[in-house]
Design a protein around this ligand. Structure first.
Ligand code: FAD
Length: 546
């Protein structure tokens, strides 16, 4: 259903009918909406102008969290709403979301002392309804240093110790979208809305979309249209001539990645920078990533880049809080930048503007949803689809069912929740062993694909007899075949950034396997040599930028 070999057919099918709902944008917000609406019985079409998740939804801090720092701004409701979603996101996709104990150190003269940290975390536990086993603990200075020996000792008083969840934002998005498609939604990437269509009374009834690969255009019709384009929400509102009053403000956030050999941090930590901002340093596989910055952004929305200044800012902070390691510019292995679509608030600095989501309905009835967090995607979808079904009810008398996504596993999440995942992982590791896949590679694959791992294993086994390649390359091929046949990957960067995350966290793997991947894709997707050249150069540019 999401096979790249059927791209043209999928694209052409958009013209055949009037959808109940057209979703513009294939990030986490649009994907969540498509899933919610499809499970309620609406016919849904989703269009994404780049690759799925290639906007903000692959460029976040990759945490499923309630936003502890927002307690500082007294955003109690947002912390409570988003915090409660953590558990739901985790249980519905335990393969792609993992609990991570986080250290919150406090220093003499810092923002939070021991008492405030304790109270803050207690409130957080309460608001986010944190389960007993994951409630906060307080650590003495000695206990903290045992967990993070590299940490600055001067003025250290102790730390809070609490749980957040680590995720792969792009894979989470794709697994939500795959579930939506399984439930009947249609979805296509590289299909851009270039014009909106209205009836005689000025109400929105469709859009003209253009295939960004072939250039072909067609008209899609829909009863309702949701603009879930993240940082592009105002661009779409401009198309709709409805960008009045509330507008977006874009804030750039940068992360940088190090090898754990150079930055031997084994414990996730959330700390105060000298300027009072809060920064994460998170181990992931054999890397550590650190972020983020928060600066006003006015450049190209599709290509926010990491500047020398961004890197220096984060390096200074790292060397301040971990004074023994002395990291420098050459040690940065890769990096990424993302844009927060914030709703501008008069008189507030970027750090103070709320991250809450908001629904804006234009006179033409273009429904825009802006702001929010990755973590809160399911609830945001529920709210906006509630609105759509109530409009449809009023206009057509049709009653759709209530939201059911709270207990609905996403694609790959059919493992019986977090408890079931432990057993599932064990069984899958056994299968991997029989196939000759080493344990660490198998673990990565199981977390990446969850219950879809069996399809990967089948492809692996099938290719084992056909290809004269080593075991490592066989895994690359199995993942690539899966990405092409089940996840609509079309360009090498789709595979290396959004399907595997390798360009962010395993850049050497990309360099090692790029030719294998490009040659296979070129052959299977019938690229001309010119196309092959373009996609190859695009990947090289991304490698340089990272
Ligand atoms: P996007 O992911 O940007 O998706 C919008 C999509 O619309 C894009 O893919 C774009 O190509 C598409 N589009 C635009 N115009 C068109 C068009 N004309 N036609 C078709 N498609 C179009 N949240 C958390 O919960 N946890 C975190 O740790 C976290 N960290 C963050 C760190 C940073 C630095 C940033 C920037 C954000 C972070 N967030 C975090 C917030 C979270 O990432 C965003 O709220 C979320 O990803 C927004 O998703 P979205 O789908 O709304 O937007």
């Amino acid at each position: 259903m999401l096979s790249s070999y059927n791209r043209d057919t999928i694209f052409n099918q958009y013209e055949e009918r009037t959808f109940d709902l057209l979703v513009i944008g294939g990030g986490i917000t649009g994907s969540g909406i498509a899933l919610d609406a499809a499970t309620r019985g609406l016919s849904v079409g989703l269009v994404e102008m780049q690759d799925f998740a290639s906007g903000t939804s692959s460029r976040s801090t990759k945490l499923i969290h309630g936003g502890l720092r927002y307690l500082k701004n007294l955003e109690i409701k947002m912390v409570a709403d988003v915090g409660k979603e953590r558990e739901i996101v985790y249980e519905n996709g335990p393969h792609v979301t993992t609990p991570e104990w986080m250290i919150l150190p406090f220093y003499q003269g810092g923002t939070f002392g021991p008492l405030m940290s304790n109270i803050g975390l207690l409130i957080y536990d309460f608001l986010a309804r944190v389960k007993r086993s994951e409630r906060r603990k307080m650590l003495s200075k000695e206990e903290v240093l045992k967990k993070v020996p590299l940490l600055k000792r001067d003025g250290l008083k102790g730390a809070g110790f609490y749980v957040e969840y680590k995720t792969d934002d792009a894979r989470l998005t794709i697994d939500v979208l795959k579930k939506a498609v399984e439930k009947g939604a249609r979805a296509i990437n590289y299909a851009k809305v270039i014009k909106l269509k209205y009836n005689d009374t000025g109400k929105i009834i469709g859009a003209i979309i253009q295939d960004q690969i072939t250039g072909k255009k067609l008209t899609v019709h829909a009863k309702k249209i949701i603009n879930a384009t993240g940082p592009w929400v105002d661009t779409l509102r401009d198309l709709d001539n409805s960008k009045h009053e509330k507008t977006l403000l874009l804030s750039k956030g940068v992360h940088i990645v190090f090898s754990q050999e150079l930055f031997p941090l084994e414990q996730a930590i959330y700390f105060d920078a000298p300027d009072g901002r809060m920064i994460f340093a998170i181990p992931r596989d054999d890397k550590v990533y650190v972020g983020t910055t928060d600066t006003k952004y006015e450049g190209s929305i599709a290509h926010p880049t990491v500047t020398q200044e961004d890197k220096e800012y984060l390096l200074d902070i790292i060397n301040y809080i971990f004074p023994k390691i002395n990291l420098n510019m050459e040690d940065v292995e890769s990096s990424w930048a993302g844009l927060r679509p914030l709703i501008a608030e008069e008189g507030k600095s970027l750090g103070e503007i709320s991250r809450k989501d908001e629904i804006i309905i234009s006179n033409s009835n273009l429904i825009s949803i802006a702001g929010g967090k990755l973590t809160g995607y399911r609830k945001m979808a529920e709210d906006v689809v509630d609105l759509v079904v109530s409009q449809l009810h009023q206009e057509e008398g049709i009653i759709y069912s209530d939201c059911t996504t709270r207990n609905l596993p996403i694609s790959g999440g059919e493992v019986g929740g977090s408890k079931g995942f432990i057993k599932f992982k064990q069984e899958s590791l056994e299968k991997a062993k029989l196939l000759g896949i080493n344990r660490s590679a198998a673990e990565k694959l199981i977390h990446r694909y969850g219950s879809n791992i069996n399809t990967i294993f089948n492809i692996y086994q099938e290719k084992q007899n056909k290809f004269d390649v080593d075991d490592k390359e066989l895994i690359v091929l199995a993942e690539l075949v899966y990405a092409l046949e089940f996840e609509l990957a079309y360009k090498p960067i789709d595979f290396f950034i959004r399907r595997t995350g390798a360009l962010l966290f395993d850049i050497h793997w990309v360099k090692e396997h790029k030719d294998l991947v490009i040659n296979y894709m070129a052959k299977k997707l019938n690229w001309t040599s010119e196309e092959k050249n373009i996609y190859y150069k695009e990947l090289l540019t991304m490698l340089e930028e990272a």
